[in-house]
Design a protein. Structure first.
Length: 246
C-alpha cells in the first residue's frame, strides 16, 4: 500500500465498487469477499449506510440513489414548451395542473398553472412528494425502462402518507402494470385525504422524462369522472411530447 493511501477510506470505496458490480450483497458476502472480520465489516457498512451511500433492504445492501443516478436530469425547455398546453387544460377545467420529474424516490414539481376555482389546490414549484403515492410520480415510474425501474424500486421505502398509500411492494408492481396498460396514473387520496390527481407521462426521444398532472378536491373529481379527466390529461401529455420532439 502506498504511504499516501488511507486504508479505511480505501476499504469503503472497495465496498462501493463491489456493490456497483454485484447489485446487492449480504453482510456475510461482503465480509467473505474481502476476508475481513465482523467488526471491520460492520463498521464500514454502518458508516456507508449512515452517510446514505448504501441502503439496506432486508438482509441485502444496495448502492444508494446519490451514487446510483436515480435523479432525472431536468431540462427547463420542458417547462417552457409545456405552458400553452397546461394553460389550455387549466382554463378548460378550472383546475391546477403541474409538471413533475423524479428526484430519487420523490417527485418534484417544476411547473404549475393555477386553476380558476376559488377553492383550489395551492402548490409551489419545488414541492416534492414520495413518488409511489403521487400520480405525477407513478406516471413516470410505470413507463421507465426495466433497469431504471429496478434501480428505483431498490431505493423505495413504501411509507404511507394516508390509509390509501401503497405499502406492499408486490401490489405496487401490479399497480404500475395497470398504469402502463391504461396510459395514466391516479392518486386516489394517497398523498392527501380529500385530494385526487390524474397524471400522464411526457416523452422525449422515446424516453419518459416527466409527467403532467391535474389535481382537484374529490368533490370536483370523483372516481366516476376519471375516464373523462384522464382523456384530457393524456391529450395534454401528448401535445407536450409533440412540442418537445418537433
Amino acid at each position: 500500500m502506498s504511504q499516501y493511501e488511507v486504508s479505511t477510506l480505501k476499504k469503503g470505496l472497495q465496498i462501493l465498487d463491489l456493490l456497483i458490480e454485484n447489485d446487492r450483497l449480504t453482510f456475510a458476502e461482503v465480509m467473505h469477499h474481502f476476508n475481513w472480520n465482523k467488526t471491520t465489516t460492520f463498521r464500514l457498512l454502518y458508516t456507508l449506510e449512515n452517510m446514505n451511500y448504501i441502503v439496506k433492504k432486508g438482509s441485502h445492501y444496495h448502492i444508494a440513489e446519490k451514487i446510483d443516478g436515480a435523479k432525472q436530469e431536468h431540462d427547463p425547455h420542458v417547462d417552457w414548451v409545456s405552458v400553452p398546453p397546461l394553460h389550455e387544460l387549466s382554463q378548460e377545467l378550472g383546475e391546477t395542473v403541474y409538471i413533475g420529474i423524479l428526484d430519487g424516490t420523490d417527485v418534484v414539481t417544476t411547473q404549475i398553472v393555477n386553476g380558476t376555482h376559488t377553492m383550489r389546490i395551492h402548490s409551489h414549484i419545488g414541492d416534492r412528494d414520495p413518488a409511489h403515492g403521487s400520480a405525477l410520480g407513478k406516471a413516470i415510474l410505470a413507463f421507465l425502462d426495466s433497469d431504471r425501474k429496478q434501480r428505483f424500486l431498490r431505493q423505495l421505502q413504501l411509507k404511507k402518507n394516508t390509509e390509501n398509500t401503497f405499502d406492499d411492494e408486490q401490489l405496487f408492481l401490479y399497480h404500475l402494470k395497470a398504469i402502463q396498460d391504461q396510459g395514466f396514473a391516479v392518486d386516489d387520496e394517497e398523498t392527501e385525504l380529500g385530494l385526487r390527481c390524474i397524471a400522464a407521462p411526457i416523452y422525449r426521444n422515446g424516453e419518459v422524462i416527466a409527467s403532467v398532472g391535474l389535481s382537484a378536491p374529490t368533490s370536483r373529481m370523483p372516481r366516476q369522472q376519471d375516464k373523462t379527466f384522464s382523456k384530457k390529461v393524456v391529450t395534454c401529455s401528448k401535445k407536450i411530447t409533440q412540442l418537445l420532439e418537433a
